[in-house]
Design a binder for this molecule. Structure first.
Ligand code: ATP
Ligand code: MG
Length: 384
């Protein structure tokens, strides 16, 4: 009798022709997530089994698997050979000591002597006669003994299904460049897109020394949390200090954030293209703050030349975003009180509905190309 973790996939089975490729990416992601923990991963028609791990590392493994996209559900169970005595011994081990139960059998091996109903009836009967505190209730049982007779002469026995992270395996939907600030929203936006199978790379802009080193550490911490869902992650850090100084010096202060956003988008697109990323992702949510009006988005979007900009949070309320951020574990870090570069040189009355022609006129006071080139030279890369 061997303890195993049974992993079932989510939407992967929908991808008929590409199935083999999806499964390979998925199993590499599982391997990456379990890095540093002794284990083996085996594929078994429609599921994966984690085997040969240390009993006391079970919780650690489950904690990692909870963050792997593509997992529909998982169970901790026992693997035995498909022999009724062994199946019964395993069933006894996963049973509660009292209460109502039922046995549910799935039989992939159609050559097995008993059919599913007969297996359930026999295992259920034996459990009842061994333990008088058990009772069968097929409608609302307190626990279920699941028996899964596989084709290869083994059977899996377990009592619980846990919900997995869902979504698609990261790396099966291309690659995107996430603009990550230290705030609540952008990590949630990255998580949502990674969940759809996109491999995320991050770009963060700072204006050191106007923003401090703690602000930078905070972003590194946030990307670490995100990287567990993304099977690793690259963080690009770029200074926009000089850009902000130039805007401050030469342009109408009310346009500070509007103009800065356009620089961020240009730099993000340039870097995205050089890294083979196919889109840009932001944490913008419509009308959440002054700069996130549709006019503000028009202004920042209009400097983008090739890539689509995904804004997965556009239709969410702040409360909904906070709820998600708590669930994925970024909230506590996001609310640490360090300043983002957007708060540097912040005018009293920023434009909320910028007119594109006016923005362009302000921007014409700057040497945009030179400033972008210079900012890109400040690039620092951290592999999380
Ligand atoms: P967040 O909580 O993500 O900071 P927010 O509600 O504070 O979002 P803004 O500060 O207006 O909104 O930023 C909107 C989006 O612009 C962010 O979600 C992020 O994608 C991007 N962004 C803002 N500041 C930065 C930064 N310093 N570096 C990289 N991206 C940024
Ligand atoms: Mg912010």
């Amino acid at each position: 009798m061997e303890k195993v973790i049974i992993i079932r996939y989510a939407e992967i089975h929908l991808k008929g022709k590409n199935r083999g490729w999806f499964e390979r990416v998925f199993s590499v992601n599982i391997e990456k997530s379990l890095k540093g923990i002794k284990h083996e991963v085996h594929r078994q028609s429609g599921r994966y089994l984690i085997e040969n791990f240390k009993e006391d590392e079970t919780e650690k493994i489950l904690g990692r698997l909870k963050k792997v996209f593509g997992i529909h559900s998982y169970s901790v169970g026992l693997k035995v050979s498909s022999d009724m005595n062994e199946i019964f011994a395993a069933a006894k081990t996963v049973s509660f000591t009292e209460g109502t139960f039922k046995v549910e059998t799935h039989r992939a091996d159609k050559t097995f002597a008993l059919n599913s109903m007969q297996i359930s009836a026999e295992i259920g009967g034996r459990l009842l006669s061994e333990n008088k505190k058990l009772k069968v209730d097929v409608h609302e049982p307190k626990f279920i003994v699941n028996v899964d007779v596989r084709e290869n002469g083994t059977a899996l026995v377990f009592n619980e299904f846990f919900k997995g992270a869902g979504g698609m395996p990261v790396g099966t939907s291309g690659k995107g460049m996430l603009l990550i600030s230290g705030g609540i929203d952008s990590p949630v936006a990255g998580h949502m897109i990674a969940k759809r199978g996109m491999n995320i790379e991050c770009i963060h802009f700072h204006s050191y020394p106007y923003t401090n080193m703690q602000a930078r550490e905070k972003v590194i911490e946030l990307t670490k949390i995100l990287s567990a869902y993304n099977c690793g992650l690259r963080l690009n850090i770029i200074s926009v200090t000089h850009i902000q100084e130039e805007i401050h010096k030469k342009c109408n202060g009310e346009y500070m954030v509007t103009l800065l956003r356009r620089f961020m988008m240009r730099i993000a697109e340039r870097l995205a293209l050089s890294r083979g990323a196919q889109c840009i992702i932001t944490g913008e949510s419509l009308a959440q703050v002054a700069s996130q009006t549709v006019e503000g988005m028009t202004s920042s979007n209009s400097v983008i030349e090739k890539l689509p900009v995904l804004r997965p949070l556009c239709g969410f309320d702040k409360n909904e975003i906070i709820e998600r951020s708590r669930a994925i574990g970024t909230y506590e870090t996001s609310i640490e009180p360090y300043e983002d570069c957007c708060t540097v040189f912040l005018p009293k009355h920023p434009v909320t509905r910028p007119v594109l022609s006016a923005v362009e006129e302000e921007e014409s006071k700057l040497n945009v190309q030179a400033l972008v080139d210079e900012a890109i030279k400040s690039l620092e890369v951290i592999n999380i």
